[in-house]
Design a protein. Structure first.
Length: 411
């Protein structure tokens, strides 16, 4: 009886209070981890930023310097060849999980730019890769700031188009905010422009190439290919957007303006996500037993991605049709599919996948070297052009910080 009485006298535990305490403890643990992660990310960011500042400016006394025209657009004026270096999918994570891989990616970019000494560097998207379970952060500004600091340190004119990872829906900063970062007036070498307010996307802009008589010989077109669509807000179903109609209209208007000054003016187009016609061309090539057809001519490279092997937009757009109609655009350069470096000519226009720099996106890709590199583009005085895919693992691209290189396969 006494034992039962003692049990009866014990106060009963309040289940709500216990649950409340558990919630408080859980919240405290989450807050502590978050604060610790932010602190570690900041420390590592500063270390990498200091490393970026160790790179030397690229010395090229013969480089063509761009100038701003009366419309606020950049123009290269030259009677000689213009050298463009195309990079894509740098994939800087910017968090504690990618510290070493970020250094390797930045080092690869610096090594190739330093060796090639181009007049212009073009990056077609996915500079940032703030995927939290791979990078340890949602902060997409950190990656952008590291890359901006590197390119400004190298002192070579450069510009970008955005990819899907640059501004994920769960990232801290929107496309507009990151665009403002790239278009900051304090940047001395970045030629990026936010683009017209009445045209969809961020970063739609032109850079002109003219001869000494002021005649345009080449128009460089940079188009925002957007990100995800059809409810794919977290980018987990790989449903990608297309170029929008008002972008096509803007492209047509700008090309026709140049054609008034030179009916034979040429143009090169840069974007992140490949057009659906790239897959149409490759499918036709496969259907013909991997042989050329009347419309499709194989140029170089391979498809390394698995089915569907070309991850273009989900819908049709008429950018390619407009390009063939206008007759100016010679090539369309893209990235996005990290293991593809194929070049096909389709109805007179070259579709070109750039080599990626990526050390991060796919499991094991840091040890795979056959996709890592750049495309060297030469614009000739008459507006014609040539291109050459250059793998990063060549003697001419000696890593500027050898300890940050990595063993790779499939050289």
């Amino acid at each position: 009886m006494r034992k039962n009485a003692r049990k009866a006298d014990k106060p009963k535990r309040n289940k709500k209070e216990i649950f409340k305490k558990i919630i408080i403890i859980f919240a405290a643990v989450v807050a502590s981890i978050t604060v610790l992660t932010v602190a570690v990310n900041l420390i590592l960011y500063n270390i990498n930023m200091n490393r970026v500042k160790e790179y030397s400016a690229v010395v090229n006394p013969d480089a063509v310097k761009p100038v701003l025209d009366e419309n606020g657009e950049y123009t290269f004026v030259t009677d000689r060849e213009l050298k463009i270096l195309h990079l894509t999918d740098i994939h800087i994570g910017g968090g504690w999980m990618t510290f070493n891989k970020d250094r390797m990616a930045l080092n690869a970019v610096a090594a190739m730019v330093t060796a090639e000494k181009p007049d212009l560097v073009v990056i077609t998207g996915d500079i940032a890769y703030p995927v939290p379970f791979q990078s340890g952060t949602f902060n997409n500004k950190t990656s952008a700031k590291l890359f901006i600091a590197l390119m400004e340190q190298l002192e070579v004119p450069w510009t970008v188009t955005f990819g899907n990872h640059d501004t994920e829906s769960y990232s801290y900063f929107s496309r507009e905010k990151i665009g403002e970062l790239y278009s900051d007036d304090s940047l001395e070498h970045c030629l990026f422009s936010m683009g017209p307010d009445d045209v969809d996307g961020v970063g739609n802009h032109f850079i002109h190439v003219k001869n000494s008589q002021g005649i345009p010989v080449q128009e460089l077109v940079f188009i925002d290919s957007h990100s995800y669509t059809d409810g794919d807000i977290f980018g987990i179903f790989w449903k990608y957007d297309n170029v929008h109609q008002n972008q096509v209209d803007w492209y047509e208007k700008k090309i026709k303006e140049a054609q008034k000054l030179n009916p034979d003016v040429k143009s090169l187009m840069f974007m992140h996500i490949p057009l659906v016609e790239f897959k149409d061309a490759y499918d036709a090539y496969l259907a013909n037993g991997e042989k050329d057809t009347a419309d499709v001519k194989y140029v170089s490279g391979v498809i390394g991605e698995k089915d569907p092997y070309i991850y273009g937009g989900m819908h049709e757009d008429n950018l390619f049709e407009k390009a063939t109609e206008l007759g100016s655009t010679q090539a369309i350069f893209c990235g996005h599919d990290h293991l593809n470096n194929l070049v096909l000519n389709y109805k007179g226009i070259d579709f070109t996948y750039g080599y990626s720099v990526d050390y991060l996106a796919y499991v094991g890709i840091s040890k795979k070297g056959d996709q890592r590199g750049c495309v060297v583009i030469t614009v000739n005085p008459d507006g014609s052009y040539t291109q050459s895919h250059e793998n990063y693992y060549q003697d001419k691209y000696q890593p500027l910080h050898p300890k940050e290189d990595v063993t790779f396969v499939n050289k």
